[in-house]
Design a protein around this ligand. Structure first.
Ligand code: FES
Length: 93
């Protein structure tokens, strides 16, 4: 295997959950064809950023691998990022 191919396998797509491009491709080939299905099996999009760092990349990979336009790939649910705030901020309002 060439160095470029090996490096591509080790590319981390979801930094929060440390999921590689290779793992994502493997599960797309196993039949996961939506972001939410990949989320269920790999936990992509479930880290502190809630998919802001990885969802677009994963949707692009789904589109490429499935051979469908990106606007036809079912996107996942986006939730606000988990970010602690001081209760005093809420109380001051
Ligand atoms: S990079 Fe995937 S959940 Fe944060």
């Amino acid at each position: 295997m060439g160095d470029a191919k090996k490096a591509e396998k080790e590319v981390i797509v979801c930094r929060c959950e440390e999921i590689t491009l290779d793992e994502i491709r493997e599960w797309i080939d196993r039949g996961c064809d939506t972001f939410n299905e990949l989320k269920r099996v790999l936990r992509v999009g479930m880290g502190p950023c809630q998919g802001r760092g990885c969802q677009d990349i994963i949707l692009r990979e789904l589109s490429r691998r499935l051979g469908v336009p990106i606007d036809q790939v079912e996107a996942g649910t986006v939730r606000p990022p988990v970010k602690p705030i001081k209760t005093g901020l809420l109380a001051s309002e």
